[in-house]
Design a protein around this ligand. Sequence first.
Ligand SMILES: [Mn+2]
Length: 332
Amino acid sequence: MSESLKIKNIRKKIAKMDQILILMHGSPDIDAIGSAYALLLFFLKKGKKAFIGIEESIPSRYSFFLDKEKQNQFFITKKEADSRLWEWVIALDTSDVRLLGEFKDMIGKHPVLVLDHHATFHPYGAFHFNNPSYSSTSEILFDILEKELDYEKALSLYAGIVYDTGHFRYSSTTPALLRKIAFLIEKYQINTEWVYYHIFENESIERKKLSCLISSTIESYEKNEVIVSYFPLRFKQELNLNESDTSDLVFVGNSVAGCLFSIFVKEKKDGVSVSLRSRTDFDVAGLAENWGGGGHQKASGIKIKNTTLEKSRTELVPALIQHYKKWRENQP
Ligand SMILES: [Mn+2]
């Protein structure tokens, strides 16, 4: 059984920890990286041994706020993690143990603390904190580390919050969150424009061209209420893209006028990853769970192995649209 903790108990618990491995979900986003990095810095400052486990190197678009030397020293592979002794594992922003990828076998071996804000949370590990009213895992870390912050931690959490709230646009942006943001900006003189530029602009020419190719795949259903777009692997080869250029492209279809539900299918070497976005009460987190995925009511994802883009187009996409139509019919 996983025991649910309160913020103040988490503070007490982490104060006593040492030899800590910090984990994030696969293909970590800036919320996962930002919260993990702030927690790493907290432990390092206390003189504790702590590292962040990563499956692949962090894309450059996601690492602008990291200190390069610390990144080289404290971000380690599974192999390096296996060669060390750990007293604690902390999993961040990861609603399901399966999302830890190759690190998931660390869970049975060590005491685990999980901090997460996804509505589709499936408790795992000895201790957890999950609250979907938080905008981001970085906001949870803000509450835990509020009295321990410095410029570097503050910047890291700010970046995570900006990313997960779409620069304070999503409904997860509460007055309480904005008070925390005001505190961060005032006390640590965060350069808000610089953070915005790195997360939402700063696109390579290849990425711009990729957006055009993805736009050319757009399909519209239900009078534009449902927009589907595709990212086949061949686009990646045609444009000679790096990993950093190919994330966060669901917006291409999702910003079509009238779109209330969007589906973005990205082809991978070993299957597909599907991003879902909702602009209504239609719950895409619940929808994603039907295929082993998860996330938030308005933003979720599904990963399917051993399938093709074509199979997703003819089977998965029609099934997803069918769910939306059924929901729509029952609306007043
Ligand atoms: Mn998050």
